[in-house]
Write a protein that binds this ligand. Sequence first.
Ligand code: ADP
Ligand code: GLC
Length: 476
Amino acid sequence: MRVLSVASECVPLIKTGGLADVVGALPAALASQKIEMRVMIPAYKGILESLVGAEEVWADWNLYGEHARLMKGEVAGMTVLALDAPHLYHRAGGPYADASGDYWDNPERFAALSWAAAAVARDGTGEGWKPDILHAHDWQAGLAPAYLRYHGNGGVKSVLTVHNIAFQGVTGGDRLNSLRLPWHAWNPEHAEYHGNLSTLKVGLATADAITTVSPTYAEELMRPEFGMGLEGVIAARANDLTGILNGVDEATWSPENDPEISPYSARNLKPKAENRARLIEEFGLGDVPGPLAVVVSRLTWQKGIDLLADALPAFVAAGGGLVLLGSGEPHLETAMKAAAERWPERVGVRIGYDEALSHRMFAGGDAVLVPSRFEPCGLTQMYGLKYGTVPVVAATGGLNDTVIGASPASLSANAATGISFHPVDGIALAGALRQLLHLYQDRGTWTRLVKRAMKADVSWDGPAAAYHALYRSLLA
Ligand code: ADP
Ligand code: GLC
């Protein structure tokens, strides 16, 4: 079976969040199911240089304004189709924005990606590679299923995965034409969204199947508090919606085999203490008698960072420590930096993005905090499980599906893999941090919890089989 995966990010080429991890991990995960997946992304500046053996396999003389070509090459064992369209993708800033904000032509930039993907899916590449399934990710690829629906699908089925419904690809309805959508797409069942146009919505309406990245989020999406306006569209397609958890790329994330750290395993936890000591030193903290919590996150409202700032004083006063790595909303960066200034011995904050440091943090921390208000899947709690860095999570979305919260019952059955709290507010988070302090003091219970967490299955095996089953059902 052949699958064309279409997205705006893919590790190791370009990443702003978990989407890139997942898109980059899927080809290897699905290869074990005998699926040949190729990944199509925009050739942002520098991408072509990273491709090995790049060759042109498709071209278009007028892809949203100018000539574009599709370059096939290899990266990290996967076949990438990079859409080389300098007029759209050679920008000085990031993939979506520069210092002055979002690029004005983002709708057209990602419509072009979707158009090329649909064309290749329908007609195949120059060397005769044609997929059975087009698998689109998020609003950036939302128009790909729509183009197949409106302009012919050549026998190809489409899947749209929602990684985060907060991003909906909303733009003015006056762009219908320039986004190459037919006039009949302009209705509230398809592209029209409160007078605007949403590329995610039209994708949800036209894809043959919809998935999202956890079973709980699949249910949440049909409710107004999580659906963010699209709950009705999702509910109308409930029969075509599946929640499939993400996995962890174990080649990159395994404490037994991580070049950034002193390696350790559930059977030999001693080096974890060395990693902790080194992390404390790296952040210039003093003695941390209680649990050392880590946060690696975008600093946004979604991630509940404001709740954390409020819960911190009591946690620190009780002996806890915190090291945080992230960047995002300025007021949250300021709040976290202020905490580090207030408790220099106990709180360390790095504003920025640092992959290597994140590995040292997952290895050296006692717990990883993920107090998200909503979390489609979440990856850092799964890294926490793998590294025996006990996840403390809000019981929402994928956090709910990957962590078994500690309770007297789950602890005595040795089933607990973390700490889970609900509702997502400051009071419940403060309670979870008290539970963390308490469990950490009881060394026997704590060690059992750590070891049990490390045994949790966060591999891609189950998810890959689930995607395979979904693809098969579409082709049947
Ligand atoms: P989201 O995609 O919503 O940001 P996820 O938990 O799915 O959340 O994925 C976030 C990914 O980005 C993880 O791989 C995490 O380790 C990584 N990450 C987030 N912020 C940083 C940072 N400042 N430095 C390094 N890695 C980061
Ligand atoms: C999104 C979600 C996150 C998920 C990731 C990968 O960025 O916010 O929860 O893990 O996509 O699917």
